[in-house]
Write a protein that binds this ligand. Structure first.
Ligand code: NAD
Length: 321
């Protein structure tokens, strides 16, 4: 039969791509419920238009919209209550926000907002949906995490911490839920070309980052920001790439807990396991940012070269060079 999928944060980017891909499944195996925060009527109708266009005739048949703010206990409860029998087979936690800049120049309120969405938002959804999954002894909880949930990146410290927190939460749950036949999977994309990065860059251009010393600000503006732009251009994936990977995980008979979507990140992530002191990964990231940042094509080449060896050992992955 059809499986009910609830996806958070679907007005754009990865969430929208997943909703559309599942709703258009040729075998009609999914019934998608998805929505993000309440918007003004104007932007709401623009958003609906995007859905109609993207989902085509699937809209209203295998896809419908609900209102949801993952930062509100009430909204989360209302959303889940509005679903028939509160029955959700697959919960996809995708809603998320970013934050970049030197830590000393960011306010605690800004940081708390990131955790409120990226971490407590996931906690709220899971608390509302998991008990029913446990009692039915079936279900799949998915989180759109990030490679930044696996390693830290300079000037992305708080965002990375929020994804680490979510990874920790879910690793514990994955173990506990095995007894209840409920799966937990993290999807860990590298850079993805969505509004996410654009929103961050617009915010950065407006901020003065008061509290950071000139040297740090110079590193942020002349090393970090250009490297970031190059990374997105050099190895950014599309939201559809992430949707395809997520669909594969949903359809797998034994879904893995961790799922990198970009094979180029496999060696980088492996550095942490290769040297348990952390020196190897910290030094590698240092060089990538401060010594190779300006020659990004070299870094991309190195990442491709390293991944190639790894991927030759894994027959089911293809590397696009
Ligand atoms: P996006 O900004 O296009 O999408 C984020 C969505 O979350 C938006 O639709 C937004 O409305 C929604 N949202 C934000 N706060 C919400 C709230 N309180 N309640 C409900 N919805 C809310 O960006 P995206 O790139 O599609 O991001 C989706 C997820 O992917 C995020 O969790 C992000 O951390 C993760 N991710 C993104 C990238 C990237 O490079 N873009 C890389 C790795 C992971």
């Amino acid at each position: 039969g059809q499986r009910v999928v609830l996806i958070t944060g679907c007005s754009s980017g990865i969430g929208l791509a997943i909703a559309v891909m599942l709703a258009r499944d040729e075998m009609k195996r999914y019934y998608g419920k998805s929505r993000s925060i309440n918007r003004s009527t104007h932007s709401s109708s623009k958003f609906l238009l995007k859905y109609f266009e993207a989902a085509g005739d699937a809209y209203g048949k295998t896809l419908s919209l609900l209102t949801l703010d993952v930062c509100s206990d009430e909204s989360v409860k209302q959303c889940v209550d509005s679903i028939k029998d509160r029955h959700i087979d697959i919960l996809i936690n995708n809603a998320g926000v970013g934050l970049v800049g030197p830590v000393e120049a960011l306010s605690l309120d800004e940081m708390k907002q990131v955790f409120e969405t990226n971490f407590y938002g996931v906690v709220r959804m899971i608390k509302e949906v998991m008990p029913d999954m446990k009692s039915r002894r079936s279900g799949h909880i998915i989180v759109i995490s990030s490679v930044l949930g696996l390693h830290g990146v300079a000037f992305n410290d708080v965002y990375s911490a929020s994804k680490f927190a979510t990874e920790g939460l879910c690793e514990g749950l994955a173990i506990q839920l095995m007894n209840f036949n409920v799966n937990v999977s993290m999807i860990e994309p590298g850079p993805v070309n969505t509004e996410f990065e654009m929103k961050l860059m617009t915010e950065v251009s407006k901020k003065e980052f008061v509290g950071a010393d000139p040297e740090t600000l110079d590193h942020f503006r002349t090393c970090y920001l250009p490297t970031q732009v190059n990374l997105f251009q050099g190895l950014g994936q599309t939201p559809e790439d992430i949707a395809r990977c997520t669909k594969k995980v949903i359809e797998s008979p034994q879904p893995p807990f961790r799922n990198l979507t970009n094979p180029l990140y496999t060696p980088i992530v492996a550095l942490k396991y290769a040297d348990e002191t952390g020196s190897l990964s910290v030094h590698t990231f240092y060089h990538m940012l401060y010594n190779l940042g300006g020659v990004m094509h070299v870094t991309v080449r190195i990442m491709k070269f390293l991944s190639f060896g790894w991927l030759r050992r894994r027959d089911n992955e293809k590397l696009i060079l």
